[in-house]
Design a protein around this ligand. Structure first.
Ligand code: NAP
Length: 248
């Protein structure tokens, strides 16, 4: 039976590219989305038209009840889980720390930190040999921002990704003896719609030429790193990070 992978936030950008590439490489893929059903359906269609299996599942990863329902849907549809890509993530409008509201901080940390913890928890419960399962693999999406800091723009986002760095390391060690590897990818400036949602749709193209490799990265280039970490080719790698930053 082919392994089953959940990719959160897979209706567009890095998540969509990861879902499509994973299906090409033999995974059955749960394509999670929050609001854009048409986009998630088109990712599923792209996969199924190529003769592979995929399922769109709506869930706001910031809502525990919806996350539980999403995992239960995978249980009932496929009866197994072998991998999780904690990809869903948000930015906010540029702001200094001395301008940030608690509402903004709570949304940022709920969607970028707590959601990844809750999805990881549910995945471990379904994959760990400690819970009677066959093992599995988790890949988290951090960001170069966690090391750069996001000053004047989004220190909250950068800090949320710092928490992901720690989740990756700590969880990897916690479940290393239970058949589960946990790693992360830290993208730099990648050409996706996330920049528009942060109020700067032209950011990737504007910043690209100033980067060491002289251009922004693509979602596919990030997906390639994620798929390596998901695959048995990385079987002796856990608790680590791959920068996909064009040298930044
Ligand atoms: P994106 O283009 O903005 O796509 C975000 C995806 O997440 C969409 O599919 C969106 O689906 C989904 N999503 C948003 N809120 C959600 C929620 N509450 N529940 C479930 N899904 C939700 O983002 P991206 O650029 O591909 O980024 C993917 C990941 O890489 C994020 O963790 C991001 O922080 C990280 N990253 C990106 C860059 C970059 O330059 N692009 C750099 C570093 C790190 P709906 O629209 O359907 O809600």
């Amino acid at each position: 039976m082919k392994p089953v992978l959940l990719v959160t936030g897979a209706s567009r950008g890095i998540g969509a590219a990861t879902a499509v590439l994973a299906a090409q490489q033999g995974w059955r893929v749960a394509v999670n989305y929050s609001t854009n059903r048409a986009a998630a359906d088109s990712v599923v269609q792209q996969i199924t038209q190529a003769g592979r299996e995929a399922l769109a599942i709506q869930a706001d990863v910031g809502d525990e009840a919806q996350v539980l329902a999403m995992f239960q849907r995978i249980d009932s549809h496929w009866g197994r889980l072998d991998g999780l890509v904690n990809n869903a993530g948000v930015v906010d409008m540029p702001a200094r720390v001395d301008e940030m509201t608690v509402a903004r901080l709570e949304r940022m940390f709920r969607l970028n930190i707590i959601a990844s913890f809750v999805c990881a928890r549910e995945a471990v419960r379904r994959m760990s040999t400690r819970h009677g399962h066959r093992g599995g693999v988790i890949v988290n999406l951090s960001s170069a921002a966690s090391r750069i800091g996001g000053s004047g723009q989004y220190v909250d986002y950068a800090a949320s990704k710092g928490a992901i760095d720690t989740l990756t390391k700590g969880l990897a060690l916690e479940v290393a003896g239970e058949g589960i590897r946990v790693n992360q990818v830290s993208p730099g400036i990648i050409d996706t719609e996330i920049h528009a949602s942060g109020g700067n749709p032209g950011r990737a193209q504007a910043v690209g030429p100033s980067l060491p490799l002289k251009r922004p990265g693509s979602a596919q280039e990030v997906a390639q790193a994620i798929l390596w970490l998901l695959s048995p080719a990385s079987s002796y790698t856990t608790g680590t990070n791959i920068d996909v930053t064009g040298g930044r």
